[in-house]
Design a protein. Structure first.
Length: 246
């Protein structure tokens, strides 16, 4: 587990009594959750627990939503997705979502075309992303669709960084990756956490999540059934068994 830095008083993300679902069905039923600046929060739960729905709720990507959703203190309930992103949140979606016909460099440059309002000198540049992910520089003229799973995940993460987001949400980033690629992903995310990047990590790989997280929230039956440190979760055998199948 990485060491939690000191955080600002106002959470970057705050959910209160959030209910969400599709087609009249309820998946989230009263979720309360905060994410502080500089924090790595792992969101865990069984398949179907609502983890991806929670991310889609934050970004207004389809669910019908009730409740309060605040990003950087702004009530974003009902906002279009691009306006929410302009507040400084970026999503690395499940499956990575690369543009298969674009080469790596053009894919990265796309992320720099819409600077955030009031953005001054960017913290992340193309050169900085290449320095963090040397493999992307080596593959910069390769079609994105020809990359390995681990390389596509680096590309998706690099694009998110180039948007200058304050919060990066990752949906199942280790899914489908070979063990070597998972180890590389873990180190990349650990480096970002050490640099103070705020991460919201939805993950089925419990060991990876617990290694990276400052805090863990577990979803079950549409609610947060655990919210605490990785050490507290590791000691909570009932929650591990009932809601994570460990």
């Amino acid at each position: 587990m990485t060491t939690m830095p000191m955080t600002a008083a106002v959470p970057l993300l705050r959910l209160r009594d959030v209910r969400a679902g599709y087609g009249g069905g309820t998946i989230l039923n009263g979720v309360d959750l905060d994410l502080a600046r500089g924090e790595v929060l792992a969101l865990l739960g069984r398949n179907g627990a609502g983890k991806t729905t929670l991310l889609h709720t934050v970004f207004n990507l389809g669910p019908t939503v009730q409740g309060e959703i605040h990003v950087r203190g702004e009530d974003v309930h009902g906002w279009p997705t691009h306006r929410i992103a302009q507040l400084g949140v970026a999503l690395v979606p499940q499956g990575r979502g690369v543009f298969a016909d674009l080469d790596v460099q053009d894919s990265l440059r796309l992320a720099t075309l819409a600077p955030r309002p009031q953005q001054t000198t960017p913290a992340w540049t193309l050169d900085a992303v290449y320095a963090r992910f040397p493999r992307l520089f080596e593959r910069r003229r390769t079609r994105s669709g020809a990359l390995s799973g681990g390389e596509r995940q680096m590309l998706a993460l690099g694009r998110a960084l180039l948007t200058q987001a304050d919060v990066i949400a990752l949906d199942e980033p280790s899914e489908g990756l070979a063990p070597q690629a998972v180890a590389a992903l873990q180190e990349h995310l650990a480096e970002l956490a050490r640099d103070g990047t705020t991460l919201l990590l939805v993950e089925q790989n419990t060991a990876l999540a617990l290694h990276l997280a400052h805090r863990v929230a577990v979803l079950g039956h549409g609610r947060v059934v655990f919210d605490g440190t990785p050490e507290a979760l590791a000691a909570d055998r009932a929650t591990l068994h009932t809601h994570l199948g460990v």
